[in-house]
Design a protein around this ligand. Structure first.
Ligand code: UD1
Length: 381
């Protein structure tokens, strides 16, 4: 055998992840880049965890279940106000890039880490790719909307989940060559793990049966930041479900308010934040889901499970126009009529949005390779 050639070190992509909803979005991208490397690609990647979410239940459990490799770097920013987290991530990510630059910064979703790292990279003239770009709720009271607007204002390459996102970007003057309609990486993860979903330990303890309970998640400031308001939401939900059980995995932000709510309705099963496989098992077998999350409405759409969203707006309108989601607003009085429709068996069936097919990670990796080969140094807007 002849001498082995040293593999050429190709361009390095930073993959940024900070908070729970990021982890399911990066897993398929890493897998797809690795698959290309197996076939001879020289692309390299570095996983940077900002440490925005740090509890095992909000972070490490997801890495383990979704087989995401250990981050190369953890910026360990921890809790704080919006500005404290943003600033902490920016300072630490800039130090990393100055010490050890990458050739592209890939951010996903709309959390504080997404915006903070995009700003840092672009200021160092490192192009930014944004996965889940272009979606808009129009509601500037949500920190996520500000994160989306800022990140997209300085993104070089826009990877999108829907035609609505494409249209939003075009309206903002982004040239078609920088928009890549690739689908939804969160759905890649869901489809790849469907056969691995498994019941949580309390499934039997509470005698849960498919179709015989609801799942609820709630963590938006508008719904959970005052004990009074949240008490009213919980009472209305407990009444609307007509005595059926409601499984409620509680986000750390919500836990603080829940402690001040006092006596809880007896049909509410309060549990810790669930790992990915258990959470989606619960969703897949629920009669319906009640939520104020964005990502959950995409998962229910693909699973065909009715979803009642307690928000006034959504950045994911296709979950309503195509999928199984209905926006009822934050007024608890709107729950009763929604549940009348559900119990009458008149909830819409829904369909699956275009390109939510489990192949999005592959499309992103192929495009990244093409862009970086073409010498994607151009970070200009
Ligand atoms: C963040 C995202 C939101 C996403 C949500 C999912 C932003 C602006 N928001 O909101 O889009 O839907 O994550 O979970 O980035 N905490 C812990 N342990 C943790 C993480 C947080 O106890 O591992 C506590 C924090 O101390 C804080 C609260 O939970 O008191 C909220 O955390 P934070 O990261 O500020 O935002 P989220 O509400 O989780």
């Amino acid at each position: 055998m002849g001498a082995m050639m040293e593999p050429v070190a190709g361009p390095l992509i930073d993959i940024i992840a900070g908070a729970r909803p990021n982890f399911m979005k990066i897993a398929p991208i890493i897998r797809a880049i690795e698959a290309r490397r197996q076939r001879g690609s020289t692309l390299r990647w570095r996983l940077v965890h900002t440490g925005q979410h740090y509890d095992a239940r909000m972070s490490a459990d997801f890495f383990e279940q979704l087989h995401i490799p250990e981050p190369h770097v953890n910026l360990e920013v921890g809790s704080g106000t919006q500005a404290e987290q943003t600033a902490g991530i920016m300072v630490r990510y800039e130090q990393l890039l100055l010490r050890s630059p990458s050739q592209l910064c890939l951010v996903v979703g709309d959390v504080t880490s997404t915006m903070a790292c995009a700003i840092v990279a672009q200021k160092l003239c490192i192009p930014v790719a944004h996965v889940e770009a272009g979606i808009r709720s129009g509601d500037w009271s949500m920190p996520e909307e500000i994160n989306r607007l800022v990140a997209d204002a300085i993104t070089s390459y826009f990877f999108t989940t829907s035609e609505v996102a494409n249209a939003n970007l075009r309206k903002a003057g982004i040239a078609d060559e920088r928009i890549f309609f690739v689908g939804n990486t969160m759905i890649d993860t869901l489809l790849a793990n469907l056969s691995r979903l498994r019941p949580p330990a309390f499934w039997q303890q509470h005698a849960l049966v498919p179709g015989g309970y609801f799942v609820m998640t709630m963590h938006r400031p508008a719904n959970v930041d005052t004990a009074e308001g949240f008490r009213a939401v919980l009472a209305a939900i407990a009444a609307a479900v007509r005595g059926m059980k409601v499984v409620f995995p509680v986000h750390p932000r919500t836990a603080k308010t829940l402690a001040a709510v006092g006596a809880l309705p007896p049909n509410l099963i309060v549990v810790e934040p669930q790992p990915y496989l258990e959470f989606n098992y619960l969703v897949r077998h629920a009669k319906a889901v009640i939520t104020d999350s964005g990502g959950v409405t995409e998962e229910t759409t693909v699973l065909g499970i009715p979803c009642v969203t307690m928000r006034n707006s959504t950045e994911r309108p296709e979950t309503v126009t195509v999928g199984t989601n209905e926006l009822i607003g934050t007024d608890p009085a709107k729950l009763e009529p929604a549940f009348d429709t559900l119990f009458a068996g008149r909830w819409k069936k829904g369909a699956i949005p275009a390109l939510w097919d489990g192949r999005t990670g592959e499309r992103i990796a192929a495009e990244l390779e093409r862009l970086l080969k073409a010498g994607a140094g151009v970070s200009a807007g």
